[in-house]
Design a protein around this ligand. Structure first.
Ligand code: PMP
Length: 404
């Protein structure tokens, strides 16, 4: 039984008003709201446990370290990785991808080598590879998509050649909501002896992900999109790969011994975690993962899918609407435009009705070019959204449209 009222009561912000109207928060793709337990875990740790982690002999440092390392185990279990050595804490998906592009590029890529990305990537899975292209002369190859927003797997397969070193693709598009067939894409890449990095920023909040099932080599996600705090993320990597990569940043914690003659690096995963980690944030992430696990990722998935198909049905009936992304396997994201109304005008007027949506290119300008548009309005759902909120959105869109 999905008790939506009980769930909503866990999120204090959902009961506030904006412009004297109840808040309808549909910008979850950008960031999700936080349940009370997550915020309280952070306050509680600052008030009663706070001390820098690792190497501390004193009580508080040991307690903080225990919480931080227990969080690594919570993440491992949540994504079903084989070992905690495979869980690297970062600042977010963006840093995870930059880390991987930089370290993998240094270790395994040379001038003329290629990375395969897709046309629907977020800038954070394009620009790190372009920076590497500038440094090392590597090339980006791009998987095209159909008009409904589905990656063309036959074209994908044709992109492989003896210079292909890595594939880096989104699990779920933050604009189209398309769920990409990662398992199949990994199978194809592995058949060519090529590893795969999956950008899981938009998948982890919505359905269960399983590293051993997907068999991807690397996987990145952000805590703040799955009801956790800002500034924390995860890079999962198979141990056999992480072992071979050089460190990302230098500093405390990532070393074994330092001398001016020779420095040796720490074991996994600490080799990639220079400096004081956001140990309050990692603990809060674990609390968030426990929170969603308690509700059940499968229940969240069913609830959000039902909401998305209801919203699609309702929205498709709006005069002059164009919806971008109509894949059969579509997640909780709906991007649209109505008539000639500029996305910014639609977003601004919806806001006055208390409805928070995102507008613009959604950090996916190449995808906007592919669609032949400059931007969209995007409504994205979370575990706490309701059909009533969808109705308010639909009525709001109609009202705004009638003003033009
Ligand atoms: N990839 C995708 C698909 C995203 O939607 C986002 C966030 N909009 C990111 C990467 C970047 O995540 P973050 O800003 O948390 O690093």
């Amino acid at each position: 039984m999905y008790d939506i009222d009980k769930i909503r009561a866990d999120f204090p912000i959902l009961s506030r008003t904006v412009y004297n109207r109840p808040l309808v928060y549909l910008d979850n793709g950008a960031t999700t709201q936080k349940p009370r337990c997550v915020v309280e875990a952070m306050t509680e740790e600052y008030y009663s446990v706070n001390a820098n982690v690792h190497r501390g002999v004193h009580f508080l440092s040991q307690k903080a370290t225990e919480l931080h390392e227990a969080s690594r185990e919570t993440v491992r279990s949540f994504i079903n990785a084989q070992s905690i050595n495979e869980i690297v804490f970062t600042r977010g998906t963006t840093e995870s991808i930059n880390l991987l592009a930089s370290c993998f590029g240094d270790a395994f890529m040379n001038e003329g080598d290629e990375v395969i990305v897709s046309v629907m990537e977020h800038h954070s899975n394009i620009v790190p590879w372009q920076l590497l292209a500038e440094r090392k002369g590597i090339k980006l190859r791009v998987i095209p998509m159909t008009d409904s927003g589905v990656l063309m797997l036959d074209e994908y397969e044709k992109l492989f050649n003896d210079r292909t070193r890595i594939v880096s693709v989104a699990h779920v598009s933050n604009v189209l909501g398309t769920v990409n067939p990662i398992k199949e894409m990994v199978r194809i890449a592995h058949a060519h002896g090529v590893p795969v990095l999956v950008d899981g920023a938009q998948s982890t909040p919505h359905f269960a992900v399983d590293m051993q099932l997907l068999d991807c080599d690397f996987f990145a996600f952000s805590a703040h999109k799955i009801y956790g705090p800002t500034g924390v993320g995860v890079l999962y990597g198979k141990e056999k790969w992480l072992d071979k990569l050089p460190p990302y940043q230098g500093g405390g914690e990532m070393i074994k011994n330092v001398s001016f003659e020779k420095t040796t690096f720490n074991e996994l995963p600490y080799k990639f975690e220079a400096g004081t980690p956001d140990y309050i944030g990692t603990h809060a992430l674990a609390v968030a993962l426990d929170y969603v696990s308690k509700i059940g990722m499968d229940s969240i998935y069913s609830h959000e899918r039902e909401l998305t198909s209801y919203a699609m049905q309702q929205m498709q009936q709006i005069d002059g609407i164009r919806i971008f992304g109509t894949a059969a396997d579509k997640d909780a994201v709906i991007s649209f435009l109505v008539g000639n109304i500029h996305h910014l005008d639609m977003g601004t007027l919806l806001d006055r009705l208390g409805i928070a949506v995102r507008t613009g290119h959604h950090c996916a300008e190449p995808l906007m070019s592919r669609l032949g548009i400059e931007g969209t309005v995007r409504a994205s759902f979370a575990l706490y959204n309701t059909k009533e909120e969808v109705d308010i959105l639909v009525a709001g869109i109609k009202r705004v449209a009638s003003m033009f």
